[in-house]
Design a binder for this molecule. Structure first.
Ligand SMILES: NC(=O)c1ccc[n+]([C@@H]2O[C@H](COP(=O)([O-])OP(=O)(O)OC[C@H]3O[C@@H](n4cnc5c(N)ncnc54)[C@H](OP(=O)(O)O)[C@@H]3O)[C@@H](O)[C@H]2O)c1
Length: 273
């Protein structure tokens, strides 16, 4: 699988992180080609990873077994319509564009395409991503394995069987890093209010989040039980948790994630036309 010809359309942040992960996983750089309209981005990608680059999308896909569409959702329609006559018939198409449905992409690229949609997140930049994947009708088991292998280069993957669930994936992991950054901001700020210097408050908050996440990954115990283990009756943590619960933290999270998924549906509708 490491010798597949992979073409990226769009050489921005996400493409860079996936390329970096693939090269680290011993995918052959000479089999990876990225196209983008910005020469400095292409030069940097070629210099950093030894891959091929091209400013012409049509040449980039010419011999690709897998084409990864990594442009902004707003650019997808024009990019797909222009690529349509040039895509190899057998290429697997992986779209990482948020919100753009398989129906829209198939309308633009042709219904016969084998298509996987992927919702990654920014920790992919440090190979700690979490991606949701959906395979449209007609995608084979071998193609699913290819898509999974590629996205596993930047983190973990989870398949959903219903495309609509990618809105829920967006609400959990796609937008999720921002929720944790907000929580970390609030924790660091509260630490400063209590007298810590900003650098120490930030360091302690960030390391605590990383440690808690690592602990939850290492131990498959229920999350509520992991919480209970640090919440001694009558102790300090119990007071903090009670304050969160009294102020309806769970309800707030639920409302926020519903708002996120709803916006994801609205954008899909708007940009998929
Ligand atoms: N970042 C995230 O957290 C995240 C999470 C989930 C999904 N995604 C999805 O990942 C995709 C890429 O996001 P990103 O953050 O990597 O965006 P990005 O950094 O803006 O990268 C997109 C690149 O595509 C280039 N481009 C524009 N038109 C093009 C064309 N016609 N042909 C080839 N390249 C073209 C852009 O150039 P210009 O800058 O000149 O326009 C830019 O370099 C988006 O669809 C986004 O929805 C991102």
């Amino acid at each position: 699988m490491n010798s597949l010809n992979i073409a990226f359309i769009g050489g921005g942040n996400m493409a860079r992180s996936i390329v970096g992960g693939l090269v680290k996983q011993d995918y052959r750089p000479e089999n990876i080609c990225v196209s983008d309209p910005n020469p400095p981005k292409l030069e940097a990608l070629a210099a950093d990873f030894g891959i091929r680059v091209n400013s012409d999308n049509t040449l980039t896909v010419a011999e690709a077994a897998v084409v990864i569409l990594a442009v902004k959702p707003q650019a997808m329609k024009a990019v797909c319509l222009a690529l349509r006559p040039h895509l190899p018939a057998s290429a697997l198409i992986i779209s990482i564009a948020a919100g753009i449905s398989c129906t829209s992409i198939s309308q633009w690229l042709g219904a016969e395409r084998h298509l996987v949609r992927c919702m990654p997140n920014t920790p992919a930049l440090v190979q700690m991503g979490a991606s949701g994947l959906f395979a449209a009708a007609g995608v084979t088991a071998a193609e699913k394995a290819m898509a999974e292998h590629i996205m596993a280069a930047v983190g973990t993957v989870a398949w959903v069987q219903d495309e609509d669930l990618l809105h829920a994936v967006t609400a959990v992991s796609g937008s999720g890093p921002a929720y944790f950054f907000l929580f970390l901001e609030a924790m660091a700020q509260a630490g400063v209010q209590q007298g810590l210097d900003p650098a120490t408050a930030r360091h302690l908050a960030v390391q605590t989040a990383a440690g808690a996440a690592r602990l939850a990954q290492a131990d498959n115990t229920e999350l509520a039980e992991l919480r209970r283990r640090v919440t001694s009756p009558g102790g300090t943590t119990e007071k903090a948790i009670a304050a969160f619960e009294q102020r309806h933290l769970r309800e707030t999270v639920d409302i926020a994630m519903q708002a996120c998924a709803n916006r994801s549906r609205e954008l899909a509708e708007l940009l998929g036309r």
